[in-house]
Each structure stands twice: as structure tokens, then as C-alpha cells.
Write a protein that binds this ligand. Sequence first.
Ligand code: AMP
Ligand code: ZN
Length: 452
Amino acid sequence: MRLFNSLTRKVEDYKPIKSGKTSIYTCGPTVYDHVHIGNLRTYVFEDTLRRVLKAGGYQVNHVMNITDIEDKIFARANETNQDFKTLTAKYEKIFFEDIAKTGIDLHESKLIRASEAITDMQELIRQIPNKYIVDDGIYFDIGNDKDYGRFVTLDRRHEHHRINNDEYDKEQVADFALWKAKKPSEPSWDFKIDGRNIEGRPGWHIECSAMSVKYLGQPFDIHTGGVDLMFPHHENEIAQSRAATGKKLANFFVHAEHLLVDGRKMSKSFGNFLTLENIEAKKFEPMALRLLFLQAHYRSQLNFAWESLSAAQAFLQRLRSWADLVLQPKLGHKRTASINYQSALKVIKHSLSEDLNTPKALSMLSLLTIDAEAYGVDVKKLKPLLAEIDDLIGLDLSKRKDITPEQKQLILQREEARTSKDWSKADQMRHQLKKQGIELNDTDLGPIWYRA
Ligand code: AMP
Ligand code: ZN
């Protein structure tokens, strides 16, 4: 496997710390609102990376945080007059629904809410030597940190400027809050440190350092997120963790590029965002959105357009019709695929192992569907191929719903009627199937059913 490592800005051979195992940390959602489809693009990339590593034989140990303590959460909870827990529980639930619809598999992942890791964060803050306590909280002193400035150019004139916001941009390089002193409008926790109690709440960056190292060790293998997280979030995670233990945080940082709208990053703050609800309201499937994302390389920006989603939906339909060939009760076996499935799978796996080249892998899939239309399929070998493709890219092609045994029987009887030229009986059976939502296409491969 080769992956682009943001730490070295090069595509590198991926070598895990422990042979056969891979530890991955992912920055998860801030649950104050619906996630937008830009967020989903990054989660789909991360899911595909895990799938490919797992299919490549690695035992994947994945950890993701759920940010339920953050500036935007408290602002929204106060605006809407509700407890922050009520707000975050609602959007956490919607997040998991959206994730599942988009084929993202978190079943084997360890998910941790920030509010449940307060003591781990406090322990880490205690270990950081270059921190200082002032009225509004505890700050990380970047001035003493020679390593700070990996993802941003550090202007030393900023030394000892302080920033209290959870999010800020490149022009605001400054000491950042590890812990924020209590504000009347925010929940707070006790924090005994240096013989005092500083009631307050953690800053945003500390949660990922605390959780990743606790569950994956330090260093761990791969840290993922969208490119916007490189600074300040990942810069700060790296700095805190190194300061606390002297060790690097992770060997690889892999970042996904943005989903754009009209050339601009899709973002809540620009108001140019779409949610899965908007996609479904226009009768597109979340799986078509997943396919659209996979059609672009994760390190390229992708401009969202409804026409592209419509083309992805049509491509998904083609893939499904191909997958459904394994469910056809009477497929002509005289003709079979001209492409060797093992070679095709090799090409797909090779493409994915080259810095997750999903567009190339999909081109091979597209070729397979064209080949099937021209030459037919090898049903026995197609079944396991579909399962392997699902393991790699998660389109659920091997989980298609079959028709009932009675419906299959009807298709076979209709074929018999056609062979004995009993057209009216054959028509009657076709009509019977149609009433049940099953249409037939008489092709030279044999009758092919599809759901109307
Ligand atoms: P957030 O909830 O803002 O922390 O974002 C969750 C994930 O989505 C992070 O990995 C972000 O980097 C990523 N993200 C945010 N906006 C976009 C976008 N427009 N396109 C792709 N990924 C994004
Ligand atoms: Zn993070």
C-alpha cells in the first residue's frame, strides 16, 4: 500500500508499526447540526481507506471522536434554549443514520464522546510542560516548541499572543487553549492542577490527542481528516502530544480534499451546504453520492453538481443490473465474460493500493459491466467477485434483494411457454410478474428481471 503522507508531502510505502495491524485515528463530527455532504465525502474516503487496508490483510484498529464539547455546540444550545446534551444526542443519532445510508461501516470502530474523556484530557494537560495558566484558562505555549509549524509557517512575532477560540485560521497562529476557564453560559468540570481547581472545559484540540494515544498508543499508524484540519487542529494535536511524551503522534497524516460548490469549499459558515436530506428530497440515493465521491481521487477537490450526481446514480444502476445477473434464474450459459475476474480484481486492488486510486478502480468496474453486456457473465465466479468489491469500496453490490422462489418459477414457466410458442400464456405470466413490480427484459443472455 502506498499513501500520500502530509507530514512529508510525498507518496510513501505504508509500513505499520506492528506487522499485520493498523491503528487509525479519525477526527469525527461536531454534533451541533446535520453533517453536510462535504463532511460525508471525507468520511467516505476514510471508510474506503479502512476497507482497503482490511481487505489487504491488516487488522484495523480504528478510533474516532465525537465532539460534543465545542464553541459552536454551546452557542447553538444557548440560542435554542436547550441543554447541550439534548442537542448533541439528537445530531449524533442523525449522524449515525447518515453514515449508515452512505455505506460507511463503523461497526468495528471505537467511538468516544469528548464529554466522556474529560479525565483523560486533564491527565494529558498535566503532562504538558510548556503550558501556562492565566485568568481565562490554560494555554499551550508554542513559543518554546521548536517543532511547531509543520502545517503552517510560524511567525515568531506571534509568540505569547493567545487565542481562546476552538477554530481559527492560519493568520492567527498563537498559543491555544488547552483548557478554558468556566463561562456562565457553558457547562464546566472541576480540574485540579498545580494545587488549584480551575473549573472549566477542555479546548477542542486536546480531545483527539488524549483519545488517540489512550486507545492506539504513541505513535500510532495513520491519522486522517479533511485538509481544513491540518491547521490549527492537527498542528496542535501533534504539538501537545509531542510535548507530553517526547514522541511523535502518528507516522502518517492522510488528508482528504474538499467538496466544493461553485468553486468554494462547502461549509456551514458560507451557507453553501447540502445535507443528505436535500439529496434524498431530489430522489437521489446516498449510495449514488458515495459513488460520486469515489469517482474523484480523494486528494482532488470535487465540485458538486446535480448533473454529476445524476450520472453517478445512472452508473450505480448499471452496476446493480450487472450484480443482479447473479440472481437471474435463467441466464444463457453459452456465453461468458471475456475479462478474467481474477485479473480484474487484481487491477482493482492494485489501483486502490496506489494511494487509493478509486477512479481507476471504478473504470475497471465499468469495463466489467460493458463486458457483461457484450459477452455475458460467469455467475459462479461473479458472486465472490461482488463480495470482494463490496469489501473494498462498499457499494452493497453483493447484498441485492432477490425475487421470491415463486417469482423465479414464473420466469422459468414463461420461458417454457415461449419455447412451445404459447405466446398468450407467456404474456399472461409477464403480466402477473409486472403486477408484483417485476419487469422482464428478454435479452440474448436470456430473460432478465428488474424491479420497476
Ligand atoms: P467538522 O465537523 O467540521 O470537524 O468536519 C468533519 C470532517 O469533514 C473533517 O474531517 C473535515 O475536515 C471534513 N470537511 C469539512 N468540510 C469539508 C468539505 N467541504 N469537503 C470535504 N470534507 C470536509
Ligand atoms: Zn481531531
